[in-house]
Structure formats: C-alpha cells, structure tokens
Design a protein around this ligand. Structure first.
Ligand code: ADP
Length: 362
C-alpha cells in the first residue's frame, strides 16, 4: 500500500497495521479501535501508536513484534517501525445508573469462605492500580469484612464535600486511600469484634448506600469483594447496575470445585457474566489443575492459578498486600498473570458490546 512511486504513505501504514490480528481478542487492530496513530516521521521512520484497552495488557512486546512484521512485509524498504503504546479503559459505564463514574464493576466471589477470595480481590485491585489504572475496592463481605485487615488499614472514612448529578454540592464518605487505591469497607465503620447482623432488606440498602455514598471519583475498575456463597448481594448489585462481570475464586480439591460451580450458576442466574475462574492455593496439599479442567467443562475462561504460598499468608496477616507484588514474592508472577487475564476478560466483555444506556454521569 504505497503511493504510485512505491513510497510509504500514512494511509498505507494505517491499513497494514489495522489488519494485524490481535491474538488476545482474535480480531483486527482496526476493528478493535486500537490504532491510535500511524504515520511517517520527518526522517521517514514509520511511527505507530497503539491504544490498549487496559494498562494491564499482557505481552506488549509480542504485539509490537507483530506490528513491526506487518509493516516490514508491506514496506520492505522502510526502516523498522517504532511502536508506542497508550491505554484507555473502556467500560459498560453501568455505574451511571446509580450516579457513579465507574467504567467497570467487577464482583469477586466464591462458593465458600476461606479460599482466598478477599486476598484475590485485593490483589486484583492492587495489581490493576500498579499498572496505572484508577481503581476502587469495595468490601461487600458484610458478614466478615477482611479487606481492612489485609491492607493494614484502620482509618475511619471522613465525610467529604462532593458533587451530585446536577453539579450540586453533596456530602459523601471519602474512601480510605492506600497509595491511590480507594478502599471502602463496613469494617471501617464497625468494631471488628462486634458481630454484624444484617437482614435482607437492610443488606440491600447497606450495599446501595456503600456504593452510592462513597466518593469514588472516576474509576476504571471497581472491584467488589463479595460475601461467599449467598446470592443476595449479587442480586442486589445486578439490580443496581450492569456489572462487567464476576470472577470466581476456588481451591483445587473436588469438594471446593462443587462450591465454585454453584457460585458460577448463581452469577449466571442474576445475569452477571462470569469472567472466569481462579485456582488459588494450588500445590502439594490441595493438588492443582482441578479448576482449569472445571473451567473448560463449564465453558468459562481460566484466569490462572496462584500457588499455596506462606508468603501470601504472612503478608496478608501483616496487612502488606503490596509486598505480594514485589520481585521477592514467589507468587508475584502468578498474581500479575491473574490481573492481566482479568483485565483482558473485562475488555472482551466491553469491546464490541453496545454501551448501556446510562443516566447522566456525575
Ligand atoms: P476468603 O476471603 O475466601 O475467606 P481470605 O482471602 O481471607 O479468604 O484468605 C484466607 C486465608 O488464607 C488468609 O489467611 C490468607 O492470607 C490465606 N491465603 C490466601 N491465599 C493464599 C495462598 N495462595 N497461599 C497461602 N495462603 C493464602
């Protein structure tokens, strides 16, 4: 696609790059809206900028190589293309219905307690934040809020001035911030030693208030740590907004997988798409691979396995989730992988799906 003299043109570059198949999505880059710019520099070097759907995009190097190969094939005489990246998280913007400026809401659930659901929810939130996204983490595990403990937070949320849908000044609860991650938990508001007794209708209202009356600001991802098992809160959430999807955490043993199957069925029942299954605590004790096989059987994506690892427990007990994301942590790569898979699955749910009609966003 060169001009009459065989020279490279910007249009020719754009069409060569646009035709590259993105292997994550199985679609062309132009269809995905990922070619931000394609032009020749003054010095004659092809310069390509790709707009990724998430900052947690895995293997940018592979994408760069594919684009360079396509440019080389189309214009063998041109210098090697320079490929750069930007990112912009797209979303269902479903929070608009209840006045939240949140692109994607993701529920993290499990069939039963103790499988590491809260650890995974906090890790996904932290990993996406580390990648550069604007992230919130809401602890909806109202019966056993463990997020404050895992993140080492014990502040009380402050009342802050915020703006309502029509620009009017209103008061909200300020989320507690941890290095830019916005966190809200009922654990901030009640004594950790007091059992929390909340019944159905109050539960519904509490969750709605938590979502609506927190000053989240603008977020790319809001991760919700769900209570295990029960469908009540999933139903409440699905009635309040259209979630991007749910991630189900399980451990590898057969009995635990049965609970995961129930959790998947529960999310499907309330029309929340299941983004996939994470196998946590895989290794010697519980075995491994069970969740992957189950995910295939159920037709849901497998989002990765995180080994049983004493460092994770120690860091969790010490309120040091950030330490899981340092090079020294044996599970760092596994957690990073899970974050990337979750981000890609969310993008798959969103790209090419019509935008939900939303009321005026704050
Ligand atoms: P849930 O939310 O499912 O009840 P938690 O996230 O609170 O589970 O985790 C339960 C316990 O297991 C915590 O002490 C946590 O630190 C520990 N844990 C979670 N994942 C792992 C893992 N992969 N290896 C070792 N310990 C883990």
């Amino acid at each position: 696609m060169s001009d009459a003299n065989g020279a490279v043109t910007d249009a020719g570059l754009r069409s060569a790059v646009g035709a590259v198949i993105n292997t994550e999505f199985g679609r062309r880059l132009d269809e995905l809206g990922m070619v931000a710019s394609a032009k020749l520099s003054a010095a004659g070097t092809p310069e390509i900028t790709l707009d990724l759907p998430t900052p947690a995009y895995p293997n940018r190097e592979g994408l760069k190589t594919a684009v360079q190969a396509a440019v080389r094939a189309a214009f063998p005489a041109a210098p090697e293309a320079a490929v750069g990246f930007t990112w912009r998280v797209r979303g269902t913007d479903a929070g608009g219905r209840i006045g939240l400026k949140v692109h994607n809401v993701i529920a993290v659930g499990s069939g039963k307690g103790g499988v590491g659901k809260s650890t995974m929810a906090a890790s996904i939130a932290w990993g996406l934040k580390q990648a550069g996204a604007r992230v919130g983490l809401m602890d909806a595990d109202i019966y056993g809020p463990s997020i404050p403990h895992l993140l080492g937070l014990n502040e009380k949320p402050q009342v802050v001035e915020d703006y309502g849908p029509n620009g009017e000044s209103i008061r909200r609860m300020g989320a507690v911030e941890l290095d830019g991650l916005k966190v809200m938990s009922i654990g901030f508001l009640v004594d950790p030693n007091d059992p929390i007794v909340v019944r159905g209708p109050i539960l519904h209202r509490t969750i709605q208030q938590f979502l609506q009356e927190t000053a989240w600001g603008e977020l790319d991802y809001l991760i919700i740590d769900m209570p295990p098992g029960t469908g009540d809160i999933a139903l409440t959430l699905s009635q309040l907004m259209g979630l991007s999807g749910a991630v189900v955490v399980c451990t590898p043993q057969k009995v635990a997988l049965l609970d995961a199957v129930k959790a998947i069925a529960m999310f499907r029942k309330v029309n929340i798409p299941v983004l996939g299954l994470i196998e946590n605590m895989s290794g010697e004790i519980f075995g491994r691979g069970g969740a992957k096989a189950k995910a295939e059987e159920l037709g849901v994506p497998f989002l990765g396995e995180v080994p049983i690892d004493a460092t994770l427990r120690v860091n969790g007990d010490a309120g040091q989730i950030a330490a899981n994301f340092t090079e020294g942590c044996p599970s760092h790569a596994a957690l990073q992988h899970v974050c990337e898979r979750v981000a890609i699955q969310i993008a798959k749910e969103v790209i090419g799906r019509p935008k939900l009609p939303s009321l005026e966003i704050l």
